[in-house]
Design a protein around this ligand. Structure first.
Ligand code: FAD
Length: 409
């Protein structure tokens, strides 16, 4: 069998790049292979609107089956690619070889394994897929006790959704503050307050020594001897790149598949996009990053499709991300760096504020905005243009940031 472009992984990145290929004029065969039983869908609502019953199942899908039929994109679901051969230019699936002209790896990330003592004998759950979410949703009823290990964005969103549905929620975070690796101290403190005010028992610096089960009970044992009992135990301790196939094929990987600004890997005609990649964020940041976000997946989906079709390359985008918890819309642009100066705009106590991160040249490198969408829009552009700002001006929540946006780069 032969196929023009073969895409491994029918998630947000894979599904999007198939559509961009057609949009950019690709006329060859496109085969999109995914191991889940679903057409490409969005994961963000699984911990937010969909979990709370505020979005329907149909809302999750990027596009209906009719789109793929009309665009002549072959979608193979519940099929898992077993191997890649970058010399013969084939992928192996169910023992059969498929020839590709171009290969796009969009295999995403996988949940970091939970190595806590007792985990093997304790039923616990994670939230990554529709299947996980379909299991979880009916569990979140009034009065149910939910234990959550790990206070990352997904865990905190589930905590907020579960509280909205009337559950009793306890969150265990090993670090001294929530979101320690990805957010400023100001943001961590604000969201700690928000969760506690909304009735979450949020335990930071939590020393969980083991977990266990007794009948329907799930137990979390702390170093000080305290034992917490739950009806449901959820674990969200981060994700790892699903780069096993690439590694086995000899494609360069380091915390994900290494790609350039066109989403090209170290192997000829092989691209990688989305959560599985380790990418640069030029010209704004040094180093490589694994950005687990929808905007990054979409940006790279465009890059790969443009490189394959010869379509105009998309301009680089400042990375951004969002999270919804209770009535708070958090939007973040840029990347948090250790040592950045923090300037807070607005009062975190009011629930509408922003944190501007400045480098040693006073340039904005990151903005974290809570219920301040205008700051987010302006902040993203300030990062884009590498504009230097004054602390006092940024700190004045009433002062418009527009004058800075007119500054030529
Ligand atoms: P995925 O969407 O994970 O798709 C990868 C697919 O490849 C999977 O279906 C996987 O099963 C499949 N696959 C892997 N290996 C193979 C193989 N060998 N053969 C066939 N198929 C394979 N991002 C935001 O920006 N904002 C948010 O608010 C947000 N909320 C989120 C909430 C949740 C609950 C989760 C789980 C994620 C959230 N994210 C959010 C992250 C966002 O969903 C991801 O960044 C995005 O899905 C990445 O797309 P992807 O295509 O790289 O990976």
């Amino acid at each position: 069998m032969s196929a023009g472009v073969v895409i491994i992984g029918a998630g947000h990145a894979g599904g999007s790049t198939a559509a961009f290929l057609r949009q950019y004029g690709y006329k060859g065969e496109i085969t999109l292979i995914g191991d889940e039983p679903h057409l490409p869908y969005q994961r963000p609502p699984l911990s937010k609107a969909w979990l709370k019953g505020e979005a329907s199942g149909d809302d999750l899908y990027l596009r209906p089956q009719a789109f793929y039929d009309e665009a002549d994109i072959a979608v193979w679901l519940e099929r898992r690619v077993e191997a890649i051969d970058t010399v013969d230019k084939t992928v192996t699936i169910d023992g059969e070889q498929i020839v590709y002209e171009y290969l796009i790896l969009a295999t995403g990330s996988k949940a970091r394994p939970f190595g806590c003592p007792g985990a093997k004998d304790t039923p616990y759950h994670m939230l990554r897929t529709i299947a996980d979410a379909e299991w979880l949703k009916p569990q979140l009823t009034e009065g149910r006790r939910i234990g959550l290990i790990g206070a990352g964005y997904v865990g905190l969103e589930v905590a907020a959704s579960a509280r909205k549905l009337g559950c009793e929620v306890t969150v265990f975070e090993r670090e001294p503050r929530i979101l320690a690796r990805v957010a400023s101290t100001v943001l961590s403190q604000a969201f700690t307050g928000i969760h506690r005010t909304n009735g979450v028992d949020l335990i930071t610096g939590a020393d969980v020594v083991s977990v266990s089960a007794e009948g329907e009970l799930r137990r979390v044992h702390m170093a000080d001897g305290v034992v917490h009992d739950f009806d449901v135990l959820l674990v969200g301790i981060g994700a790892l790149p699903a780069d096993d196939l690439a590694q086995a094929a000899g494609i360069a990987c380091q915390n994900g598949i290494i790609v350039d600004h066109e989403a090209r890997t170290s192997a000829a005609d092989v691209f990688a996009i989305g959560d599985v990649t380790s990418r640069e964020v030029k010209p704004w940041f040094e180093g490589r990053y694994r950005l687990e976000s929808v905007p990054s997946a979409l940006e790279q989906a465009k890059q790969a499709a443009a490189a394959i079709t010869g379509f105009k390359a998309p301009p680089p985008e400042v990375p951004w991300f969002w999270s919804d918890q209770y009535d708070y819309k958090l939007q973040i642009a840029g990347i948090t760096r250790p040592g950045a100066k923090l300037v807070t705009r607005g009062d975190p106590q009011t629930g509408a504020f922003s944190v501007f991160h400045l480098n040693d040249r006073q340039q904005v490198i990151c903005v974290e905005c809570v219920n301040r969408p205008a700051d987010f829009m302006a902040g993203k552009q300030l990062i884009q243009k590498a504009v230097a700002v004054e602390d006092a001006f940024v700190a004045d929540a009433e002062a418009s940031l527009k004058p800075y946006l007119q500054t030529p780069r």
